[in-house]
Ligand binder design. Structure first.
Ligand SMILES: C[S@@+](CC[C@H](N)C(=O)[O-])C[C@H]1O[C@@H](n2cnc3c(N)ncnc32)[C@H](O)[C@@H]1O
Length: 304
């Protein structure tokens, strides 16, 4: 399936790309959002851990040139280093999770609908695979992983079924184990394996930790008046972003009844309007269904 950038117009409205402005696209993927930022005249520093994303970025670099575009194959957990080297920027985009091409390549092991090895690494050149986790973690550790990451309804039962089914090698081995531990899904409902796959993918890629690292780096990344846009695709991810915005936002300062103008370094952003895809976008791109756009703008020093 072709990769269609999610909530593109809404993201551009939030980030306000223009000539002379610099953006970090921390999740380049197939470059859908980066291309649109570049088309509006902005400069883009793109990051991704996936070698396939790097290949795509090389094509874009050949089209646009190094003045306006650069790419680094690094983890966005290292955003602070990027900011130290590049200086503060006008905008940051975090389009979280995996891209459609990653899901569609059976060999990457992200999809429970296709048979492939249990891999699930966004960077397939290093780190632990999903097979390593399901075959070697203790049952209690597996249960905790499923509980923490994927909203599995009965993580204990699923963990037990996985341990009994060892060794697991393919995505279909995992689907069979989950199916043995759960009721068949009602028509139209999500397959229970969706949650198990999400939990494993999050653990394999340390997604919660990487997001926390990126959030902690934002004060170093954004200049005053700069904006950050987040696209989230499931509730745990969205909750982390929502809490971060609330914790640091001006809104909360007012809610807490603090004197206006009282300098408070803890409250240094203002919340931007949220967005979710409309019916037209969802029918064109069903994978946008669960997306939510959130954002914040860094307040100038004297407004804090
Ligand atoms: C939803 S896709 C982005 C799609 C992109 N906006 C586009 O329009 O093509 C997310 C991308 O972020 C990358 N990614 C996920 N976590 C990452 C991390 N911690 N560091 C760097 N890249 C990451 C994935 O490899 C994937 O390519």
């Amino acid at each position: 399936m072709e990769h269609i950038p999610v909530l593109l117009e809404e993201t551009l409205r939030m980030l306000q790309p223009a000539p002379g402005r610099t953006f970090i696209d921390a999740t380049f993927g197939r470059g859908g959002h980066s291309r649109a930022l570049l088309a509006r005249g902005a400069r883009v520093i793109a990051l991704d851990v996936d070698p396939d994303a790097e290949m795509e970025a090389k094509k874009l670099l050949a089209e646009v040139g190094p003045e306006r575009f650069s790419f680094r194959r690094i983890n966005f957990g290292q955003l602070t280093e990027v900011a130290q080297q590049e200086g503060q920027v006008d905008g940051l985009l975090l389009d979280l999770g995996i891209s459609s091409p990653q899901v569609d390549q059976a060999g990457r092991g992200f999809s429970f609908q296709q048979s492939g090895p249990l891999d699930m690494r966004m960077d397939p050149t290093s780190g632990t695979t999903a097979a390593d986790l399901v075959n070697h973690l203790g049952e209690a550790e597996l249960r905790n992983l499923l509980r923490a990451g994927g909203e599995d309804r009965d993580p204990g039962k699923i963990a037990r079924a996985i341990v009994r089914a060892r060794p697991l090698a393919t995505t279909q081995d995992l689907v069979s184990a989950v199916s043995r531990a759960t009721r068949p899904p009602r028509p139209g409902a999500k397959h229970p394996a969706t949650r198990t796959f999400l939990a494993l993918r999050r653990a394999v890629n340390h997604e919660a930790e990487r997001l926390d690292q990126a959030l902690a780096a934002i004060p170093k990344v954004l200049r005053s008046g700069g904006r950050v846009a987040f696209l989230t695709y499931h509730s745990a991810e969205d909750r982390a972003v929502k809490h971060w915005i609330r914790e640091h936002s001006e809104l909360e300062k007012r809610e807490m009844g603090m004197a206006f103008g009282h300098p408070n370094p803890e409250r240094w952003v203002k919340t931007l309007e949220e967005g979710v895809p409309g019916e037209a976008e969802i029918s064109e791109n069903p994978r946008a269904r669960s997306a939510r756009l959130r954002g914040a703008e860094r307040l100038p020093e004297d407004a804090r």
